[in-house]
Design a protein around this ligand. Structure first.
Ligand code: TRP
Length: 334
């Protein structure tokens, strides 16, 4: 039997190159050797997105991105988290095996507390219980489907480690191997994807390049990548340049050597380098972009796929939940 790879993407905005390189591409590569469970973590997004229309739109964008990039919904499981109510029951059960101290130490929560402290605010300001309990829901996501590996960016490593720990605790305390012990599969490269300003590409820095931009919008976006003020004639250093760093992630080795040589030789302006970046991005995403816009124009198709995915995933979730319910002594689902 193949091992299981599972990951979720939070629908909090329009998917960008950082999401693609850090989560989508590595997850899709794993479809070759693993059974896959990929889902849209909408109830995780609810910790921050409190606008129904925006949530609805974000869900479609993330789903269309996965599908456009080649996820085959017939193979493996592909669903939206909120369609599997069993996950939320499991989340509660697992929270009863989770030391509160774990949650106090969770990075995302801690970062908010520290931000409040820095601003001399009450430490609980703008922290809802969803944010505090976020890791418990993630444990349920992961353990429900027996994930062996969880491909995630570095920032999510701690969460997967919580899931590991809780699975071990549960199995030990209940004296039964109910849960598979998952392992994080970390994308080392995720922290080197520079955004427009050179900092890590992230929605919170407002420096993202969305995956599916029309050519004109893409050109405008790439125009905003920060470069130094060297003139055309001056020789330039490719390795410290944000444009080149991004180019490298999508170009062949030969193309990289070529462009690097042009940087060093001088006589090349930033407009040319950005044009080269645009060329490799269009090559990488051109076909998928058409699929994406086609799906976005027919959201009912996306809904249909997600609905079929939930139908396929729920029996799996139900079986695991039955097992958990039996072990903890509350009995079968009536
Ligand atoms: N917390 C993850 C993120 O912000 C999204 C997520 C939710 C997830 N549930 C998951 C990732 C389960 C992996 C496994 O990126």
């Amino acid at each position: 039997m193949k091992k299981i790879s599972l990951t979720g993407i939070k629908p909090t905005g329009t998917p960008h190159l950082g999401n693609y390189l850090g989560a989508i591409r590595p997850a899709l590569e794993l479809t070759k050797n693993y059974d896959t469970v990929y889902f849209i973590a909408d109830y995780h997004a609810l910790t921050t997105v409190h606008d129904g229309a925006e949530m609805h739109d974000n869900i479609h964008k993330v789903a269309a991105t996965w599908l456009a990039m080649g996820l085959d919904p017939e193979k493996g499981l592909f669903y939206k988290q909120s369609d599997i109510p069993e996950i939320f029951e499991l989340s509660w059960a697992l929270s009863c095996f989770t030391p509160k101290g774990f949650m106090n130490r969770a990075h995302a929560y801690k970062a908010k507390v520290e931000a409040n402290r820095a601003e001399n605010l009450d430490l609980d300001t703008n922290i809802n219980m969803g944010l505090y309990c976020y890791p418990c829901l993630m444990d349920a996501d992961i353990l429900m489907f027996g994930a062996d590996v969880v491909p995630v960016g570095k920032d999510q490593k701690q969460h997967v480690e919580f899931a590991r720990d809780v699975a071990i605790r549960f199995n030990k305390q209940m004296n039964k191997d109910v849960f598979t012990i998952p392992e994080p599969l970390i994308q080392e490269s995720t922290d080197v994807i520079p955004g427009l300003d050179g900092r890590k590409m992230s929605k919170s820095y407002d420096n993202t390049i969305e995956i599916f931009l029309e050519s004109k919008a893409l050109k405008k976006k790439l125009g905003k990548i920060v470069t130094n003020s060297q003139g055309i004639e001056e020789p330039k250093d490719p390795d410290s340049c944000n444009v080149f760093k991004l180019f490298k992630l999508f170009a062949t080795e030969d193309e990289c050597a070529d462009l690097a040589a042009k940087y060093r030789a001088g006589g090349m302006g930033w407009g040319y380098a950005k044009g080269e970046l645009q060329r490799v991005l269009e090559r990488t995403f051109g076909d998928a972009r058409e699929k994406y816009f086609d799906l976005m124009a027919h959201p009912e198709r996306i809904d249909e796929i997600l609905c079929a995915g939930a139908e396929k995933a729920r029996p799996v979730a139900k079986a695991r939940l039955e097992q958990v319910r039996e072990v903890i002594g509350v009995g079968k689902i009536v």
